[in-house]
Design a protein around this ligand. Structure first.
Ligand SMILES: C[S@@+](CC[C@H](N)C(=O)[O-])C[C@H]1O[C@@H](n2cnc3c(N)ncnc32)[C@H](O)[C@@H]1O
Length: 242
């Protein structure tokens, strides 16, 4: 193997896999997303080539990975969350495969469930949600989400890249007949020390994300109520103990 497509986890550097960290510590070149934890980038050997990919478009990035892989270097391509979840990891793998460069995908903890969990929201919960739908707030072709289908979906909906699209997503869902009382949470910078959580409803969501920083994930559905159930249970337990 020459190029490892490694998932860095959702933010907290402690949430990378053991294998991912071992590979960073042994690599000769590290090509990383801007948003991965700086603590993980700092784990690369001192003499490793370290490249922040933010200045490169996807084509130039694919070419760089092929070039480094062809040179026979041990390359870690460090990506936020899991490499194959809304991260163009598949495109990078295809570019490597087409160039005949041996590569391996090292899965990461995706923010899909980890970020809601860090806000005390389970994405499934018996009696509240037995189905999970994951969508992006920003489609590659700029088209609207299928709000009709989404409004009819049972269970939990997790919206990636949805902070700037929140108002449009809420309006689209309400127009399509979704229940305005549906609980909605916005989790900003999940698993990081400055994590913020805003809980509201679909009907009240417009503008709710305005003062939040990205990255952020939107969670829609009855499972959002578990957060306040857990807080109430913890308060009760404290009172009993006092
Ligand atoms: C380009 S996608 C990459 C997703 C990543 N591959 C994963 O598996 O989590 C970036 C989006 O993931 C979500 N995200 C990633 N990390 C997050 C975090 N720590 N807190 C909240 N949302 C996060 C946000 O919706 C953000 O816009």
């Amino acid at each position: 193997v020459s190029v490892y497509l490694v998932g860095a986890g959702p933010g907290d550097p402690g949430l990378i896999t053991v294998r991912g960290l071992d590979l960073i510590r042994g690599c000769e070149a590290l090509v990383h997303d801007r948003l991965v934890a700086p603590e993980l980038v700092a784990e690369a050997p001192e003499d490793a080539l370290v490249v922040d990919r933010s200045a490169l478009d996807q084509g130039a990035l694919n070419d760089l990975l092929v070039e480094l892989g062809s040179a026979g270097l041990e390359v870690v391509r460090l990506k936020g969350g899991d490499p194959f979840v809304f991260g163009r990891g598949g495109e990078e793998a295809l570019a490597l495969a087409e160039a005949g460069i041996p590569f391996e995908v090292v899965p990461g903890v995706s923010s899909i469930a980890a970020v809601p969990a860090a806000a005390d929201i389970p994405v499934t919960h018996r009696g509240l949600a037995d189905q999970l739908t994951v969508v992006t707030g920003h489609r590659a072709d700029g088209s609207d989400l299928d709000f009709e289908a989404l409004a009819r979906t049972r269970g939990t909906v997790v919206v990636f890249m949805g902070l700037s699209a929140l108002d449009a997503v809420a309006a689209g869902l309400l127009d399509a007949g979704a229940e305005p009382e549906t609980p909605l949470a916005i989790v900003s910078r999940g698993t990081l020390p400055d994590q913020e959580v805003v809980v509201t409803t679909l009907g009240e969501a417009t503008g709710a994300g305005r003062r939040l920083r990205g990255p952020a994930l939107i969670v829609l559905g009855e499972v959002v109520r578990v957060r306040s159930m857990l807080a109430a249970a913890a308060r009760l337990a404290e009172e009993v103990a006092a």
